[in-house]
Write a protein that binds this ligand. Structure first.
Ligand code: CA
Length: 439
């Protein structure tokens, strides 16, 4: 539901937050975790303009006096997990308090116009960290366009398997290799076996790819054996981030049958540092994907009128690439694709409910990624394998270089943003990673 924190009239005394095109206006208020240097204990923060509100400093300065004790403890924590466990009512009251604190007519600011010196730190001066301790990571496969494209390359006669339109397909990934934006991506070694090779060999991956995805950060979650009904699913999703599921296509092709992705995927996964809350995304909700008339309806536990009418999110997603040569020549990153999260076959609520439907417990801080976000148009394909059709149609970069897959030195930048006629636009910031040569 929309409330005072979404009002398009709201402005902040943090001037940079009021600039048109800013990812982090006062209507956004995404959560992250940072430190000023390696010696400082990690702390929680909220992005506003080009600054971060330091939540620990806010507690010290007494500028969030109305918070209940559990929220005070959560704000002073070194990870987001205690806040995630508290649930939507607590999240909402913290957002309301921060919105008041940062608004132009803030009583705190009127009393003390120097308060920024105590509670703000410039984003350019800190290192951003993975915001929460991630116990488990699951990756879905929720774009029917991606599933059909990839399926038709791996199995031309049978691209989309018959379970796809019934089951939100996913696999259990690896939480230990999830890193924050900016960390370099080392080209992995693995077993490769081309169609004409007698034997596999162990060598550096040749077909390195990115996957543009959206991550859901789990809130309170469920006990073992207790499913989460669809109607309650979104109460267990704190917010969303961007995810780059780096993928070694040649390792994948050889290993993926019979049990699915394994070492082709778990060498590194990059997430954006800011978690945009579901509450901030409220003005950008939309209908779920409209299934073609001859597709089966979702089974009852994955179906509701509310999910159909409101379960989607109109989140525009873009991928940019900058090669080493482009950076040397001062050429801006080039956009490879642009699509929307609204085209996903399954909603975030359906994915979460399905995951817990057998009683599998989801816990605060778990990350559920959507799978590659590809849309119906060619320029909305969310990985290089689809864009170049497994290398058959190379991309040309502004330097004249071509790309079938990622080369060493390439930087991949994911971006997300939401706009709607009666709302202030918000963004997710960047999710970056640069490929390093294999060791
Ligand atoms: Ca993936």
């Amino acid at each position: 539901m929309l409330n005072a924190t979404h009002s398009p009239q709201l402005q902040s005394w943090v001037e940079s937050a009021n600039q048109p095109g800013c990812d982090f206006p006062i209507q956004n208020l995404p959560f992250g975790r940072f430190r000023r240097d390696e010696h400082e204990q990690a702390r929680l923060g909220v992005a506003i303009g080009d600054q971060i509100v330091d939540l620990l400093a806010c507690l010290g300065a007494g500028v969030l006096p109305e918070l209940e004790p559990a929220l005070v403890a959560a704000c002073g924590s070194i990870t987001l997990n205690p806040l995630l466990a508290l649930g939507p009512a607590a999240w909402s009251s913290l957002r309301a308090a921060l919105s008041q604190l940062l608004s132009s007519d803030s009583a705190v600011y009127q009393r003390n116009p120097q308060i920024g010196k105590r509670i703000l730190v410039a984003q350019s001066e800190v290192q951003m960290l993975v915001p929460m301790e991630i116990g488990d990571y699951t990756d879905f496969y929720a774009s029917v366009y991606h599933a059909t494209n990839i399926g038709s390359m791996f199995r031309p006669d049978n691209p989309l398997l018959p379970n796809y339109k019934y089951v939100p397909i996913g696999y259990h990934g690896r939480a230990s290799s999830i890193v924050a934006s900016g960390q370099p991506v080392r080209r992995p070694h693995g077993q490769l076996k081309g169609p004409n090779d007698d034997q596999p060999t162990f060598q550096p991956c040749r077909l390195l790819d990115y996957e543009l995805e959206v991550g859901m950060v789990v809130g309170p979650g469920n006990q073992l054996g207790q499913p989460i009904p669809l109607a309650e699913a979104e109460q267990h999703i704190f917010g969303l981030c961007l995810v780059n599921d780096w993928s070694a296509r040649d390792i994948q092709a050889w290993e993926y049958q019979p049990l699915g992705p394994f070492l082709a995927k778990n060498f590194i996964t990059t997430i954006s540092p800011w978690i945009v809350t579901l509450e901030a995304l409220e003005p950008f909700r939309c209908a779920a994907f409209e299934r073609p008339a001859d597709d089966p309806a979702p089974l009852d536990y994955l179906a509701s009128a509310a999910n159909e009418q409101h379960g989607g999110i109109d989140l525009t997603l873009e991928v940019y690439l900058a090669s080493a040569q482009m950076r040397e020549q001062g050429i801006e990153p080039v956009r490879l694709s642009r699509g929307s999260f609204r085209h996903m076959y399954w909603t975030i609520a359906q994915m979460l409910t399905h995951h817990a439907s057998n009683g599998c417990p989801l816990q605060p801080g778990d990350l559920l990624a959507s799978g590659t976000v590809s849309g119906p148009d060619k320029d909305a394909r969310g990985c290089m394998m689809e864009l170049t059709w497994r290398g058959a149609e190379p991309l040309e970069l502004p330097t004249g270089e071509t790309r079938r897959f990622l080369e060493d030195g390439d930087e991949v930048i994911l971006r997300g943003s939401c706009s709607a006629p009666s709302a202030v636009s918000i963004g997710f910031g960047a999710c970056r990673g640069t490929v390093l040569p294999a060791l």
